[in-house]
Design a protein around this ligand. Structure first.
Ligand SMILES: Cc1cc2nc3c(=O)[nH]c(=O)nc-3n(C[C@H](O)[C@H](O)[C@H](O)COP(=O)(O)OP(=O)(O)OC[C@H]3O[C@@H](n4cnc5c(N)ncnc54)[C@H](O)[C@@H]3O)c2cc1C
Length: 469
């Protein structure tokens, strides 16, 4: 059987693989993408970002219908099941697969559906679902095989009531009560989704506060809003044993508590997909979390083999993965200056949504940076009053003397969009990044973007108030 040769082979068709493949094509390379799924899009499209965001959107619409008094004119609040809202998410997945497949076709990227493994550092074997094998070769190979939920050996994931973030999408009923073990981004987002469907949620956090990397005021706000939705947050807890029973699950915590529920969602950690990749054939050794180390060119320890996306660890976001893939391709084409992703905004699709960039109040205080705060509360913005989405706040942290913006922290409706306005200004070189931009710029009215002007004026007023005291 012949060997099919390319300039670049990309393993995985998630955001990192797609970013690498598309950029490599634009840079004149002949490219093949291999994915073990029959459809493109990676875990991002099929099990991660897309289904969870589509579920969340459906839940928000239900919440709006059930809680907005205007809708009582046309009917009483309605109950929706998890499989119901999942149907909506499946529709979005289909659309994503279609547009991405077309994108590959338009760009003349050859797609192979099969499991890939290295034969040597320029050769990959692809085993298709029917057992048929293909051999591909290329001077450069990009590993973009993503990650999967970490499954500790002492948790029985074959029990029908114990799920991880992949298998939860197959839930065929709506549990009355669910335990979510792990209160990172994925756990907190699913807590919002299930709480929105009227499920009683126990959110088990192994740390002392939710999403402790966030500015404290924002993470406190999230805890408040989740509690308001009947989520019980249990901080500083760790499991001793997870016991599957006939009709549910009992979680035994090290603190002595026992929590019973109809289902448990394990959302505690992920592992890089480097198993069965034949890495031993090329002398690459992943770390204990299955992740690969790369340099500032996204090169692994084998010089012609690159890696991007979740398989290299931080920040394990679709947003960054796409750019990492693009940059890996750019580095393949031209290795004179490295392209590397360093600054990534945080986008957390809980209800309410959270997004942030730059430093937190805690970090600035620790580093003794003289900063001031400007805030805009959504409940005072005309646009938020019109949409009824009044829970939220935009907070700008800026240097007292230079007015340089040091951090943007936002929670509430559209937070993940709003943060990008601040990001644009923060990215301006030199004196381009100051609070004044928001004061001397006319914003559309009514908009959520207007929050920047309100927050900037609030921050300036604080400075003047202090000066005039
Ligand atoms: C529930 C959830 C919600 C998330 N929400 C967000 C969000 O809102 N925003 C955000 O930015 N990020 C989010 N993420 C993270 C995001 O999904 C990942 O960062 C992103 O998918 C990583 O992209 P990737 O290209 O590295 O790999 P993946 O998307 O994981 O794709 C890798 C692909 O490689 C394939 N593959 C693996 N091994 C092989 C092999 N040997 N041969 C062939 N193919 C192989 C896999 O089948 C898969 O299709 C979320 C993740 C989860 C789990």
């Amino acid at each position: 059987m012949g060997v099919i040769s390319y300039d670049v082979i990309v393993l995985g068709s998630g955001p990192a693989g797609e970013g690498a493949a598309m950029n490599a094509v634009k840079l004149g390379k002949r490219v093949a993408v291999v994915d073990q799924r029959s459809q493109v899009g990676g875990n991002c499209t099929h099990q991660g970002t897309i289904p969870s965001k589509a579920l969340r959107h459906a839940v928000q619409q239900i919440d709006n219908f059930n809680n907005n008094p205007m809708f009582r004119e046309i009917g009483e609040p309605r109950w929706f099941s998890f499989p119901n809202v999942m149907k909506n998410a499946m529709g979005v997945i289909r659309k994503q697969v279609k547009s991405r497949t077309n994108h590959y076709a338009r760009n003349r990227v050859d797609l192979y559906a099969g499991h890939a493994s290295f034969v040597d550092d320029t050769t990959v074997k692809v085993i298709e679902a029917d057992g048929h094998a293909q051999t591909l070769s290329a001077k450069h190979i990009v590993i973009a095989t993503g990650s999967r939920p970490y499954r500790p050996a002492d948790v029985n994931f074959s029990h029908p009531r114990i799920y991880d973030s992949d298998t939860i999408l197959n839930l065929t009923h709506t549990p009355r009560r669910i335990i979510i073990y792990g209160a990172g981004v994925i756990g907190s987002e699913y807590a919002s989704i299930f709480a929105g469907l009227g499920v009683l949620v126990d959110l088990i956090d192994t740390r002392d506060r939710l999403l402790s990397f966030l500015d404290k005021e924002i993470s406190d706000a999230l805890s408040y809003h989740l509690r308001n939705k009947n989520v019980i947050i249990r901080n500083n807890e760790e499991y001793q044993k997870i016991e599957g029973t006939e009709d549910g699950v009992v979680l035994h915590l090290k603190s002595g508590k026992k929590i019973k529920a109809n289902a448990l969602l394990w959302a505690n950690g992920r592992t890089g997909n480097t198993q069965n990749l034949g890495l031993e054939s090329i002398g690459l050794v992943p770390d204990g979390r299955g992740q690969l180390k790369v340099d500032e060119f996204y090169r692994t320890a084998v010089e012609n083999i690159y890696a991007a996306g979740d398989v290299i660890g931080w920040p394990s976001l679709a947003s960054a993965s796409y750019d990492q893939g693009r940059y890996a391709a750019a580095n393949i084409k031209d290795a004179s200056t490295p392209h590397f992703v360093t600054s990534v905004p945080t986008g957390i699709y809980t209800i309410p949504e959270i997004s942030s960039l730059g430093r937190t109040e805690e970090e600035l205080t620790r580093d003794a940076v003289p900063y001031e705060v400007g805030k805009a509360f959504f409940n005072r913005l005309a646009r938020a009053q019109i949409t009824g989405q009044t829970a939220g706040m935009l907070k700008i942290l800026f240097h007292r003397d230079t007015k340089e913006i040091l951090g943007i922290h936002c929670f509430g409706d559209q937070a993940a969009e709003i943060v990008h306005i601040g990001q644009t200004i923060m990215d301006q070189p030199g004196e381009g990044n100051t609070l004044e931009y928001f004061i001397y710029t006319t914003f559309n009215y009514p908009t959520m973007a207007e929050a920047y002007r309100v927050a900037a004026l609030d921050g300036m007023n604080r400075l003047f108030d202090e000066e005039s005291e």
